[in-house]
Design a protein around this ligand. Structure first.
Ligand code: DQA
Length: 143
């Protein structure tokens, strides 16, 4: 089984981006850690895009291939109806879609209090850094 780990805008900058909030590890570190944590038989397909269109296309592919998704929508969380509509197709097809965040958006600015994704996610994990992804992977692997 493949697990698609999708990351939205600015997450390619992990390691240098506001390290006091997002830590000093990079997206490559995340890929390595998830690959090491993945149980036998689970392949991690980690991708990042700054483009809403590309993320939407990847979610369509997940529906067609019936691939479970761990999604950090980054800033698109807070305003992208297009990404929500794409995510809804995943969960409505009975495929797990877990929304993750490195930080806990509820401790942050007001504009981060709204998620357009949460209403169509199977579940949400936020605030544990790379641990948010690890917990999501454990959940998917446990099924
Ligand atoms: C984030 C939280 C979002 O509010 C922010 O726009 C991000 C990262 C997180 O992982 O904590 O880019 O999704």
């Amino acid at each position: 089984t493949t697990v698609l780990v999708l990351n939205g805008p600015n997450l390619n900058r992990l390691g240098t981006r506001e390290p006091e909030k997002y830590g000093s590890e990079t997206l490559s570190d995340l890929r390595e850690q998830l690959e090491a944590q993945a149980p036998e038989g689970i392949t991690i397909d980690l991708r990042q895009s700054n483009s809403e269109a590309e993320l939407v296309g990847w979610l369509h592919d997940a529906v067609d291939a019936r691939t479970p998704v761990i999604l950090n929508p980054a800033a698109f969380t807070h305003y992208s109806i297009a990404l929500r509509d794409a995510a809804a197709q995943v969960s409505s097809a009975g495929i797990e879609l877990i929304e993750v965040h490195l930080t806990n958006p509820h401790t942050r600015e007001d504009f981060r209090q709204v998620s357009y994704i949460s209403g169509v996610a199977t579940g949400i994990i936020a605030g544990f850094g790379f641990g948010s992804y690890r917990l999501a992977l454990e959940q998917i692997a446990g099924r």
